[in-house]
Design a protein around this ligand. Structure first.
Ligand SMILES: [Zn+2]
Length: 264
């Protein structure tokens, strides 16, 4: 059976409280052999790490989500430092910029964007300190996110997760040494733009993920998503790229193993 990784899951969310053991077991049975649970705050990062300690095939990314920037401590770095040493912390994030919902008023907007940029910066610094890469979240903020990450290129790489941009923007990401990853959106009826980007992305430059509990692929669309559904995502991606599942498995797993050097 071709194996895949779920490089972006939120297993610490309350959605999984009733049956997390079964969710993880179903992933294993579907050939999804490694799962990275992504932190969105210090609390969430701590929970992701607890899950990584509990389940051998679960790893953690620790970070602070940009939409929660205003709740972040002034300096996030000391707390991240104490977690980042852990052998199962494989990345920093998710971090980045999100301008989708802005506050009212020019000053408030400037303050909000500034705060997001500050905590993004702190997380990039921690990534460099610990030799880790970053999980990048951006929404309606592509140019600013790329520019901020670019100033660190050669020192830290990012994966633009849940990539929904066109092929030209995908190339801009690859040009700074970063990667993209694709979710269940590739299976959506209205996902043709993402399928075009999937087809144009060179092998070795992208990974697969669910972003669960969100974005369940067809035929589960609208339901709670879980890591096992990387199987459906991989089938569509292989079809779009006209390659075998074995080839896709080898390429995406190798990419993830290089990008997350602490994944074993
Ligand atoms: Zn996420």
């Amino acid at each position: 059976m071709p194996v895949f990784f779920d490089t972006h899951a939120h297993l610490d969310y309350p959605d999984y409280a009733p049956d997390l053991g079964e969710v993880v077991a179903r992933a294993q049975a579907a050939g999804i052999t490694k799962i990275i649970s992504i932190g969105t705050s210090l609390e969430s990062s701590g929970r992701a790490l607890q899950l990584a300690e509990k389940f051998p095939n679960v790893y953690a990314a620790i970070g602070w989500h940009p939409t929660e920037a205003e709740k972040a401590p002034a300096d996030l770095r000391p707390a991240l430092r104490s977690l980042a040493k852990h052998p199962k912390v494989v990345a920093i994030g998710e971090t980045g910029l999100d301008y989708h919902r802005l506050p009212d008023g020019e000053d408030a907007i400037a303050r909000y964007k500034n705060r997001q940029a500050e905590i993004f910066q702190q997380q990039l610094e921690i990534a460099i300190e610990f030799g880790l890469n970053c999980i990048i979240h951006q929404r309606d903020a592509f140019d600013d996110t790329l520019a901020q990450l670019k100033s660190f290129s050669g020192k830290v790489r990012g994966v633009f997760h849940c990539f929904g941009e066109n092929a030209a923007r995908m190339k801009q990401v690859l040009d700074i040494g970063s990667l993209v990853s694709f979710t269940g959106i590739v299976t959506f009826k209205n996902g043709q733009n993402v399928r075009d980007t999937v087809a144009a992305t060179p092998a070795g430059q992208f990974m697969l993920e669910t972003d669960c509990p969100y974005l369940a692929p067809v035929p589960y669309r609208g339901k709670r998503c879980e890591p096992a559904y990387v199987k459906e995502i991989s089938e569509t991606v292989a079809q779009v790229r006209k390659c075998s599942l074995e080839e896709l498995s080898a390429a995406t797993c190798q990419t993830a193993a290089e990008f997350f050097p602490k994944i074993k």
